[in-house]
Ligand binder design. Structure first.
Ligand code: 16G
Ligand code: MG
Length: 551
């Protein structure tokens, strides 16, 4: 190796960011995520790690995002973004966890040394990173710790300021493809907004005026980027931004945002006097990478259009366009879902398209979607996007349409590749995509909702002492451990019409999640609670404290 670790600089700065002794950190599905005020040492070390990742990949730019998404305001977190804008390679999650848990500066330096050797990192390579944060109050201090990490190892670091998670992913890809034939776009937030809004305007040109859209920004960073996007869109689509109180303590994700809507299956109370019957509304989460739509019917009844409904709407539209462009049989559109996808949506989609079920977490969905020519992936919680393979992109640019109608459809498809953030799920990009489809189909929320009927469902969490004893198989649809529990669940499920239920350990909280659905609302609830009861008893929960609804 041409050069060595700058051990002195690392030591000196590391001493300013000691690891709290009583905490174990874990790089999970969403990176490191916990209370913001205990993350200082993690940030410093992630700064060093990001630089090493860049060196390992020959100086490609690595992204670092400081956010805790839809979690409460006191939480924060950090995740790394690989050069093509995708999640950090899974093998490095373990290295991140190891480095974060080294007890002292000495232990950290030793762990780094060992890691550099085993991972064969050439330290003479440049290290380049780009980083951003959301609006959380703990953000600035954590950024300072991260910057110390960059400084310690001598990384070339670019601060992208306060922006959404999907913008950071976009930036990483844009920077790494600059000047190549895969150039993804201008590498700035402004470049991102230009790219999306230009494609959107082309896609809705000639369509009837689109009525304004109500957006719940979760009092997070989506409010900032949403406002800039609104300025770019002008009259093409008026964005009515609500829950934009980014400076009000405690407001972030509180009784608003995509996660609130999806979990409580109701309208944020703050929109009660805002959203009119028939009007379209949507909620972003705290870092604007999840999106849930909804509307009120004539009777003022709330209807939710979640990630499954988004997948159905978007996939059907793309299939139609490929047919109209004369590319039927040449480009295969496929769907990726998780076990949380509503049974109604799985049935609807499976009758029309190839479909795959994978484990929870964006990295699993994203990778599975890459196997299709056009892969549509959405989690029910509203995180998802559409991926066009490079073969498909080439096919679209070289295809010779034989009629004007084919040419129009082909152009729409090409513009969609520009509109969609293909690096990761992006609430703002997905929102524009949905607006395009609704405009093309002349759909209101009601018509979109009628594509299929959701089965009533219920999500329950059970607090357990040790969630890792729960092990799953078959894309998390079955438990393999603790032994015997799955058989008991099966026995219960059979007694419910249209019953389905599964149990999995959360990747982000110390709980086990129970999902159940059935043909009738009361049955879905009862099944969920009874399965939760089985889990509770299995882990030796105190019978005296057993929640009453766990029957
Ligand atoms: C994280 C995942 C999300 C998943 C959720 C499940 C990413 C970027 N995010 O937020 O995809 O749905 O975790 O949480 O992968 P759970 O494991 O606690 O149920
Ligand atoms: Mg999020």
């Amino acid at each position: 190796m041409a050069s060595a670790l700058p051990v002195d600089a690392i030591r000196t700065l590391s001493e300013q960011h000691p690891k709290p002794s009583n905490v174990h950190f874990q790089y999970g599905t969403a990176g490191f995520r916990t209370l913001g005020n205990i993350l200082d040492s993690v940030m410093f070390r992630v700064g060093v790690l990001a630089a090493l990742r860049s060196k390992r990949l020959d100086g490609k730019t690595i992204g670092v995002m400081i956010t805790a998404s839809h979690n409460p305001e006191q939480d924060n977190g950090v995740k790394l973004v690989d050069p093509r804008g995708e999640m950090l390679e899974a093998a490095w999650e373990v290295h991140a966890t190891n480095l974060a848990n080294a007890a002292t500066t000495d232990a950290f330096v030793d762990a780094l040394d060992a890691f550099v050797k085993t991972a064969k990192i050439d330290l003479s390579k440049p290290a380049r990173v780009v980083y951003a944060r959301d609006t959380r109050p703990s953000g600035p201090a954590l950024i300072a710790a991260l910057e110390h990490g960059f400084k310690a190892i001598g990384a070339e670091a670019r601060n992208a300021g306060v922006t959404t998670t999907p913008v950071l992913h976009y930036l990483v890809k844009a920077i790494n493809t600059k000047g190549t034939k895969e150039e993804y776009g201008v590498d700035s937030e402004e470049g991102y907004l230009q790219k999306l809004s230009t494609a959107f305007k082309k896609l809705v040109a000639g369509k009837p005026a689109i009525p304004p859209l109500v957006i719940d920004c979760a009092n997070g960073v989506g409010a900032i980027v949403g406002e800039k996007l609104g300025a770019h869109l002008g009259d093409t689509l008026k964005l009515l931004l609500h829950n934009t109180a980014i400076d009000t303590a405690g407001a972030l994700n509180h009784a608003c945002g995509a996660d609130f809507v999806k979990t409580s299956q109701r309208l944020p109370p703050s929109l009660a006097s805002v959203l009119q019957p028939g009007q379209r509304g949507c909620s972003l989460d705290g870092d604007a990478d999840r999106l849930i739509y909804y509307y009120l019917d004539d009777r003022g009844q709330f209807h939710m259009l979640d990630g499954d409904k988004i997948a159905a709407l978007v996939a059907a539209f793309i299939v139609e366009l490929t047919k109209s462009a004369g590319l039927e049989g040449e480009i295969q559109v496929g769907i990726v879902q998780t076990a949380y996808a509503n049974g109604g949506s799985t049935k609807y989609l499976a009758e029309r398209l190839p479909i795959k079920c994978v484990s929870t977490g964006v990295k699993h969905l994203h990778h599975a979607a890459e196997h299709y020519d056009i892969g549509v992936y959405f989690e029910a919680n509203g995180h998802g996007t559409v991926l066009f393979s490079s073969d498909t992109t080439n096919k679209l640019s070289s295809h010779q349409p034989s009629t004007p109608a084919q040419s129009t459809a082909l152009n729409h498809l090409i513009n969609l590749t520009q509109l969609i953030n293909q690096t990761v799920g992006d609430a703002l990009s997905d929102m524009l995509l949905i607006e395009v489809v609704l405009a093309h189909k002349s759909y209101s929320g009601l018509e979109w909702d009628s594509l299929y009927v959701d089965l009533p469902n219920r999500l329950v969490k059970v607090v357990v002492p040790e969630r890792n004893i729960f092990k799953t198989a078959d894309a998390e649809r079955r438990l393999t451990s603790p032994p015997g529990l799955q058989a008991k669940i099966d026995e219960l499920v059979h007694r419910y019409e249209g019953g389905r239920s599964f149990v999995r350990p959360s990747g982000t909280e110390d709980v086990v999640r129970v999902y159940a659905e059935a043909t009738v609302r009361s049955q879905a609830d009862e099944l969920a609670f009874r399965v939760a009861g089985l889990v509770y008893d299995e882990v030796g929960g105190d019978p005296a404290k057993r929640p009453a609804e766990f029957l």
